[in-house]
Design a protein around this ligand. Structure first.
Ligand SMILES: [Zn+2]
Length: 281
């Protein structure tokens, strides 16, 4: 199968935004909350919990402060987030870390490590990681997962759960990823985030095949140098099953967009990545 790829290496700064806006009208993005499952958290409760966990995380870890980087990663994130019908605004920040990592806290707080951007080959690959996390956020996987485990362990309880869970996170918060380590997502949620993610990627004008390339890059990095990828990120590895489902979804998306060109890379991605390589933090 040949891939139809357009690389806009010399695209002007705003080309991406314009493209995303144009395509928004022609490529429907998938709806979130596509799977069933109880959520014991109201939106305000999830937002409050998210604020607390994000503050805790940012207190203990280093967020990249370089304004060129923060502006870029936020803009990239927002261009993808407009494709998702998330029930709250999403934020995307970059963690200063040598480990490849990306995760989502409740309430739409998404973090990507600087190593992830350094290792990505192009903007579409980085966007694929962020899109997957946006899938988790839009479908409210964090609070749905927490609701499930609380139900399994304790039966349906009134909502003292909020403080219980936040307390658990606080106790285990020795490392940056600890709050989320407490809530590794189920395989079903990972698959759902994969499918939502390639939909957002496609709707924003990126080649959805970048997600498969990134899957493979992450797997080979870890094989070559164990420990390069954060354990949390590897807790649900891209299994053959996940890859096959993602490929099937991509085939369907591409069939509907016959003849369209996709963005793979931008000059801005290259410029920001060079800045990180040169030590921006
Ligand atoms: Zn995930």
């Amino acid at each position: 199968m040949t891939r139809r790829i357009a690389t806009f290496r010399n695209a002007p700064r705003l080309a991406l935004l314009t493209l995303a806006t144009v395509i928004l009208t022609t490529r429907p993005a998938p709806a979130a909350n596509t799977s069933s499952g109880v959520n014991l958290y109201t939106i305000p409760q999830e937002l409050a919990l998210g604020r607390q966990l994000a503050a805790e995380l940012e207190h203990q870890s280093r967020i990249v402060a370089d304004p060129v980087v923060t502006d870029y990663i936020n803009r990239l994130g927002q261009n993808l987030a407009v494709q998702a019908s998330a029930p709250f605004p999403l934020t995307v920040k970059m963690l200063q870390s040598d480990e490849m990592n990306a995760f989502t806290l409740p309430g739409g707080h998404i973090y990507v490590s600087s190593a992830m951007m350094k290792m990505a080959d192009n903007e579409a690959e980085l966007a694929s990681v962020i899109s997957h996390e946006i899938g988790h956020a839009a479908a409210r996987h964090a609070t749905r997962q927490a609701s499930k485990s609380k139900l399994a362990r304790l039966g349906a309880l009134p909502l003292g759960i909020l403080t219980g869970w936040a307390g658990l996170a606080a106790n285990q918060a020795a490392s940056a990823a600890a709050p989320v380590a407490a809530l590794g997502f189920s395989r079903a949620f990972e698959t759902e985030a994969d499918l939502l993610g390639v939909g957002y990627l496609n709707a924003a004008g990126y080649d959805p095949n970048a997600s498969i390339d990134m899957f493979e890059r992450i797997a080979s990095m870890e094989k070559k140098t164990p420990g390069t990828v954060a354990r949390l990120f590897l807790s649900h590895p891209p299994t053959g099953d996940r890859i096959a489902k993602t490929q099937a979804a991509i085939r369907k998306l591409k069939k509907n967009n016959e003849g369209d060109d996709y963005v793979l890379n931008t000059t801005e991605f290259e410029a920001v990545r060079s800045r990180l390589m040169a030590g921006a933090e």
